[in-house]
Write a protein that binds this ligand. Structure first.
Ligand SMILES: Nc1ncnc2c1ncn2[C@@H]1O[C@H](COP(=O)(O)OP(=O)(O)O)[C@@H](O)[C@H]1O
Ligand SMILES: [Mg+2]
Length: 226
């Protein structure tokens, strides 16, 4: 019960400057996520959801405040250490799949693993993972030869094949029809349960948000519990 949270944020702020004008996006975010927790982050368009997710993903640095990811302060790590940390600990799925267009589904899933294991092992594990998301028949398809739902399933396989501690998803169903979106959420939930994977699911769809354990909302630059 007393376990260190996988993520803790205290008074995190982030501003953007456009033509000398300051846009305060995060005005003091406090957030603690336990290991294995599943939660949704909602909020209006422009509320700062992607900004917050990118900071948690260590893709962006905050302006001020404290962050600890599994006990590490990512702000203190060098860029090289940070990308290695990210590769091992964090899986990310975006609204648009961000798959490499010139590579097959199998290659897309295997590539991030090759940093950690041999090519042969990477391909074997990628194949297994694609089977888990129901795409054994699509291994040699390139992204353009897959449907939107299939592309997102490849993106999920790619995000979790490295066995990250945390899966961060930025509106992964935003570009899909309702039924496909539901199927994607069920898939994510079942994978998260199997692996005790901490998942943060960003969506502005309240119905989808309700499928996760806890719901938080980003409003006026701070977190509200729902
Ligand atoms: N790189 C950037 N440069 C300047 N402004 C940005 C940048 N990224 C986001 N913003 C602004 O920050 C605000 C929050 O954006 P974002 O985090 O993408 O919101 P959400 O994901 O909730 O729709 C928006 O007003 C957006 O225009
Ligand atoms: Mg966004």
């Amino acid at each position: 019960m007393n376990e260190t949270p996988i993520l803790s944020m205290e008074n995190v702020t982030k501003n953007y400057f456009i033509e000398g004008r300051r846009i305060e996006v995060l005005k003091g975010v406090d957030l603690s996520i336990s290991k294995g927790e599943r939660l949704s982050l909602t909020g209006k368009s422009g509320a700062g959801k992607s900004t917050l997710l990118n900071i948690i993903a260590t893709l962006e640095r905050p302006d001020s405040g404290k962050i600890l990811l599994d006990g590490f302060d990512p702000v203190k790590l060098s860029d090289a250490k940070l990308s290695s940390f990210r590769n091992r600990q964090i899986g990310i799925v975006f609204q648009f799949h961000h798959l490499l267009p010139e590579f097959t589904a199998l290659e897309n899933v295997a590539i991030p693993l090759m940093i950690q294991v041999s090519k042969k092992t990477a391909f074997a594990r990628a194949k297994e993972m694609l089977g888990r998301v129901g795409l054994s028949e699509r291994l040699d398809h390139k992204p353009a030869e897959l449907s939107g739902g299939e592309q997102q399933r490849v993106a999920i396989a790619r995000a979790v094949v490295t066995e990250p501690a945390m899966l961060l998803m930025d509106e992964p169903t935003g570009n899909l029809d309702n039924d496909t979106g539901k199927m994607i959420i069920e898939l994510i939930l079942s994978i998260a349960q199997e692996r005790t994977l901490t998942t943060l699911f960003v969506t502005h769809n309240r119905v989808f948000a309700g499928e996760m354990g806890r719901i938080i909302e980003l409003k006026d630059g701070v977190i509200h519990n729902i």
